[in-house]
Design a protein. Structure first.
Length: 141
């Protein structure tokens, strides 16, 4: 083993710790802003998916003459059930079973208040209601 020569430069443990503390402080200032953007992007993704499903539901209705029942669910948009006259799908290129938070989309037909169907994401908390990132995102909003 060679010993270090007197003129060699290097970092001491204290200097490395100081640099690590500075990096940690900077990360603690930047991280909250990035995470708030992440929540907003998931809400935008949920809205885009709901619009895509809405378009598929309308195409299904044009072919079959009605919207899928609650029992049939959204599955009939990408998988032929074999017993629906006029079905000419798939209406979605691949299954969309969960929202960006991993919760299933809520679909009900007929919908509330005289609407033909209800389609929504329950937000980050997966529960009815809420605000901010936990707010429900509905096709009718």
């Amino acid at each position: 083993m060679e010993r270090r020569k007197r003129g060699e430069k290097g970092f001491t443990l204290i200097e490395l710790l100081v640099v690590m503390v500075i990096i940690a402080l900077l990360a603690s200032l930047v991280a909250p802003k990035l995470f708030s953007k992440l929540g907003a992007s998931k809400q935008k993704a949920a809205k885009a998916q709901i619009q895509m499903i809405e378009t598929a539901l309308d195409a299904f209705r044009l072919d079959v003459g009605r919207y899928p029942t609650t029992a049939e669910g959204l599955k009939v948009l990408w998988q032929d059930p074999g017993n629906i006259k006029g079905w000419d799908g798939p209406y979605l290129p691949k299954p969309v079973k969960a929202d960006p938070w991993g919760n299933p989309y809520v679909y009900k037909s007929p919908g509330d208040n005289g609407k033909p169907y209800e389609l929504k994401s329950l937000g980050a908390d997966g529960k009815e209601g809420g605000s901010g990132e936990n707010a429900d995102i509905s096709v009718w909003d």
